[in-house]
Design a protein around this ligand. Structure first.
Ligand SMILES: O=C(O)CCC(=O)C(=O)O
Length: 306
């Protein structure tokens, strides 16, 4: 594993800026094809059906593949992939900040439902998705020790994910909104997710913020790497393809997560030393929260239009 740093690409200043603004970054060919192929082969050898057996993929009697990782002959390729993802993550968060990722991943397999994209019943819009922020009690209360923390998602596609193929789907910029929200709301109480923002620029608890904007599905070849801030609203995408969407979703984390999780939610870059000097375009970082004479916060939409 000594080759890891050399095996990853250098993330440019422009990419860092993009990541800060949007909350995610896609790196095409982020991991070399031999390693990805090896991981894919090991995974498919442990699956209950062949990769191109569409009948079996749709068969409700096909056993759930939840045990695939346990059934894999070796974790070595996943461990190698994790090292690459860790090296990418530390370019964004800071050298020496993230704990070692180990040799496991969240092997996220998203099955198609057998609906084609030309079928009028096919789900097409992001409101059909189950978007959320991880580690937080959407619509329910959490105890302190149940509040989760990770620093970022680092994802590798193990097979090609075509458009509408169930790709990791993000709400660009939603990490900023989450940060604003958590300045006055607890991580312990989800209250149905981050609410929408009304015309007047206030939280509107009758809507969800993710219903006010379209999710953005990230598709790509095997070996595509996606890095995303952990406070980004996200979901698995709509899979209208004939393939199982296979992704290794690794959560990278600072080791002091338990101590910093509340502060990290309010101030989304505070524990990202490598992001401190990354400049987003003028005005982007301006606070959108203004105190009302009544003492309540107002969220000024105008500043968000760009
Ligand atoms: O599989 C995906 O693309 C999304 C997974 C997800 O939402 C999660 O792990 O929290």
């Amino acid at each position: 594993m000594a080759t890891t740093t050399a095996a990853v690409k250098q993330i440019s200043e422009a990419q860092k800026r993009e990541f800060k603004e949007l909350g995610f970054l896609v790196i095409r060919d982020g991991i070399e094809s031999e390693l990805i192929q090896e991981a894919s082969d090991v995974m498919w050898a442990a699956m209950p059906h062949d990769k191109d057996d569409y009948e079996a993929i749709l068969d409700p009697d096909t056993p759930s593949p939840s045990g695939v990782q346990d059934a894999m002959e070796t974790n070595e390729p996943i461990a190698e992939i994790n090292q690459r993802l860790h090296a990418y993550g530390e370019q964004l968060v800071g050298e020496g900040t993230l704990g070692a990722p180990g040799d496991r991943t969240h092997l996220a397999l998203r099955y198609p439902k057998g609906v084609r994209s030309n079928d009028p019943r096919a789900p097409q819009v992001s409101t059909d998705l189950n978007s959320h922020i991880d580690g937080w009690g959407n619509e329910f209360e959490l105890d302190e020790d149940e509040v989760g923390y990770n620093t970022m998602f680092a994802i590798a596609y193990l097979d090609r994910v075509r458009p509408q193929g169930g790709g990791f789907t993000v709400w660009p910029g939603s990490h900023w909104t989450a940060g604003e929200y958590f300045q006055s709301h607890s991580l312990k109480s989800g209250k149905g997710g981050v609410p929408g923002i009304s015309e007047e620029g206030r939280w509107d608890y009758d809507m969800r913020r993710s219903d006010q904007a379209d999710g953005f599905e990230l598709w790509g070849e095997a070996g595509t790497v996606i890095l995303a801030h952990y406070k980004i609203e996200h979901s698995a995408g709509i899979n209208l393809s004939p393939n199982v969407r296979s992704a290794a979703i690794t959560r990278l984390s600072r080791e002091d997560g338990d101590e910093i999780k509340h502060e990290a939610a309010k101030d989304i870059w505070k524990y990202w030393p490598a992001m401190q000097d990354v400049e987003v375009y003028p005005g982007f970082e301006e606070s959108v929260i203004e105190e009302q004479p009544s003492g309540g916060p107002t969220y000024i939409l105008e500043r968000r239009r760009y």
